[in-house]
Design a protein around this ligand. Structure first.
Ligand code: PHE
Length: 354
């Protein structure tokens, strides 16, 4: 073959390949183009063979052209294959009519059906229940923060520097002087400033840390649910009624409540709410450690200094706040003996509680 024939052959091969590929609708058609135009025995191969017949001067030039054409044909074929493979898999998926909300095995024949499904962690389950109860009473849920500043943990809560009550709650500090929050009360002033208007109803859930030696009923890390209610003319009886309504909804039965004085710097007066043990009706059992009462909630009327800090005039507004240890209540409701089992990740325990 002469130089000219080779060059014109090459031109026509390139044209044919482009035309065939642009019409190809299936992978098979592209494979056919590949067999015909590239690889062993293809027309291109034959052209390469015929380079031998050229003069030594022409050979490298024409050879380079043939090689360039070969490369471009191969990459066009690759691209066409990729495009069609993608298109076919998308079309197949569309035909399969997948329900993305179904368990895996429903849409995928390669996955065996599950013989058991997971359960929410007992704490998460109870957090959701508690939030449901409070939201149904009109409280807006907020998540607490695990690290906070001196200001929100102490100062804003009527505990200036050197206040002795700080000692109960001061844990360790990060290098930036942030504190792992010892209670969810650090959210009180933040939420007052955020919501601004009364009636203000907020419920806060969060993980807190304390400087506490762990045993069966004490953890150094646990959960709290805190509440905040501010309006004109809110009284102690509103507070007791609200806490009582919550406790009864949580245990799912009538609970006799009593209050005793309690001290928290951010409330005045402060109380501890005790519930008569709903498991033994006050007779005494393991759940209440034979006292007949469960210590459930710390609460009180929000201190005027705290109201003022949050932007509410204490002459016009009053309110109450409470905080409860979620883990203890979860233990009591489910008859769990050791608080540490909530964090031990023992699958038998996790599956048995709820
Ligand atoms: N923050 C208190 C605690 O951690 C509980 C509490 C909250 C008491 C709100 C009164 C008002 O024990």
């Amino acid at each position: 073959m002469s130089k000219k024939t080779i060059e014109s052959e090459l031109g026509s091969i390139l044209k044919q390949v482009t035309a065939r590929l642009s019409k190809a609708n299936t992978l098979e058609e592209v494979y056919a183009v590949r067999n015909e135009f590239s690889g062993k025995g293809s027309v291109l191969q034959q052209l390469l063979q015929s380079l031998k017949e050229l003069s030594p001067e022409d050979r490298p030039l024409v050879g380079a052209k043939v090689n360039e054409a070969k490369k471009s044909i191969e990459s066009d074929i690759e691209r066409a294959l990729l495009f069609l493979a993608n298109k076919e898999s998308i079309e197949k998926d569309e035909q399969r009519d997948i329900d993305v909300t179904a368990p895996f095995h429903v849409s995928n024949p390669h996955v065996a059906p599950f013989d058991s499904i997971g359960t929410p962690h007992p704490l998460q389950y109870e957090i959701n229940r508690m939030l449901d109860i409070f939201t149904s009473m009109g409280f807006i849920p907020f998540e607490g923060r695990e690290l906070d500043t001196d200001y929100y943990v102490f100062d804003s809560l009527n505990m200036p520097k050197e206040h002795p009550a700080r000692q109960n709650w001061d844990t360790f500090r990060t290098e930036d002087n942030l504190i792992p929050t010892p209670h969810t009360s650090n959210m009180q002033v933040r939420i007052m400033r955020h919501l601004k208007t009364a009636p203000l109803r907020a419920v806060i859930y969060g993980r807190v840390a304390r400087n506490e030696a762990a045993d069966a009923v004490h953890g150094h890390t646990f959960y709290q649910i805190e509440g905040l209610y501010i309006d004109k003319g809110v009284s102690v009886s509103n507070m007791i009624a609200t806490i009582n309504a919550f406790v009864e909804a949580f245990f799912g039965r009538k609970v006799v409540g009593k209050i005793q004085p309690g001290y928290f710097p951010f409330v005045e007066p402060g109380i501890e709410y005790m519930g008569q043990c709903p498991f033994c009706d006050g007779v005494g059992c393991v759940s209440c450690k034979h006292t007949g009462w469960l210590e459930l909630v710390g609460a009180g009327m929000i201190h005027p200094n705290v109201l003022r800090e949050g932007g509410f005039d204490p002459k016009e507004y009053s309110g109450f706040a409470w905080g409860l240890g979620l883990d203890r209540m979860v233990m009591q409701r489910n008859g769990i003996q050791d608080i540490r089992s909530l964090f031990a990740s023992d699958i038998r325990f996790l599956q048995s509680t709820i």
